[in-house]
Design a protein around this ligand. Structure first.
Ligand SMILES: Nc1ncnc2c1ncn2[C@@H]1O[C@H](COP(=O)(O)OP(=O)(O)OP(=O)(O)O)[C@@H](O)[C@H]1O
Length: 273
């Protein structure tokens, strides 16, 4: 079966505060990457618009994480271009590149919080890069304005009442929401979530996915989430991108992701490298 690439025609809902839904936030083209001569990304290209949640689907090893890592600079592609909020990242270096990339934040399956620090302190850490050295990793020196912004971010993810609890004492789902709040405190416009719910129970997974969709729709974030559960994508995402052996073979509105498409993505004989 041949999968058809469908352009997204969805019009994202508008937020009163940020009337920019639908404008491109991230455009990736021709991304290629190999490890030890083995191609793992082969001309990957896609766009993320503000105001949408896009699910990245595909079998193990199809290249989902590597794609997101290339965008974040955690992996270096051999070819391709990455345009983030109108800036071609290949034209930048040093601090300018760091500053441009700070507009994108990543959330991981393994939640990287400092367990001994409070939820609030962990969220504050998201804003430290903006302080140009004026801030300190010590919570004693977090500026009041940063603490207020972090508290607002925690409120946004429904955890204001747990702000002063050690992160390590929160449940997995709550910790993931703290990680999302940290990204908000970073003031990221693009949120890349690599298997954000794989370690969570079904209820917590639904909560985190609902939160990601809500943030996309109300804050006009561009959100991509790597998922292993097509049903979660069907319930929460606006669009799906399907990878098969390092190539995008599906890109379309979520309603068009039929069983046939899912079978194609996950069919063992097709997915095997
Ligand atoms: N650092 C690395 N060194 C060598 N090979 C790697 C490295 N990172 C990823 N790969 C390989 O690249 C391919 C794509 O991996 P990637 O993690 O992007 O896939 P994925 O679709 O996210 O898979 P999964 O769903 O299992 O997380 C895999 O074959 C993987 O083994």
């Amino acid at each position: 079966m041949t999968l058809i690439q469908l352009p997204s025609t969805r019009t994202a809902p508008r937020s009163q505060e940020a009337p920019v839904a639908g404008t491109p936030a991230l455009t990736v083209s021709g991304l290629s990457k190999s490890y030890s001569g083995r191609t793992v990304l082969d001309g990957v290209g896609f766009s993320l618009a503000r105001g949408e949640l896009v699910a990245f689907l595909g079998a193990n090893g199809s290249g989902k994480s590597t794609t997101l890592k290339c965008v974040m600079g955690l992996s270096t592609p051999e070819a391709g271009s990455i345009n983030l909020l109108g800036t071609d990242l290949s034209t930048l270096g040093g601090q300018a590149l760091v500053a441009a990339r700070s507009k994108a934040a990543m959330v991981f399956q393994k939640i990287h919080l400092v367990p001994r620090r409070t939820a609030l302190e962990n969220v504050c850490a998201g804003g430290l890069s903006r302080l140009n050295g004026a801030g300190s990793l010590s919570p004693l020196f977090f500026p009041q304005s940063l603490k207020e912004e972090a508290m607002a971010a925690l409120d946004r993810v429904g955890l204001a009442d747990r702000a002063h609890e050690r992160a390590g004492r929160l449940s997995g789902g709550q910790q993931q929401r703290v990680a999302v709040a940290r990204a908000l405190c970073q003031r990221a416009s693009v949120l890349l979530a690599d298997e954000p719910v794989s370690a969570l129970d079904p209820h917590a997974a639904e909560q985190v996915m609902a939160l990601l969709a809500e943030l996309a729709h109300t804050e006009n974030l561009a959100v991509a989430a790597v998922l292993h559960q097509p049903d979660l994508a069907l319930r929460h995402a606006d669009r799906a991108i399907g990878l098969l052996r390092g190539r995008i073979v599906f890109d379309g509105e979520i309603a068009t992701m039929t069983h046939a498409v899912q079978n194609e993505l996950y069919s063992p004989d097709r997915a095997a490298a």
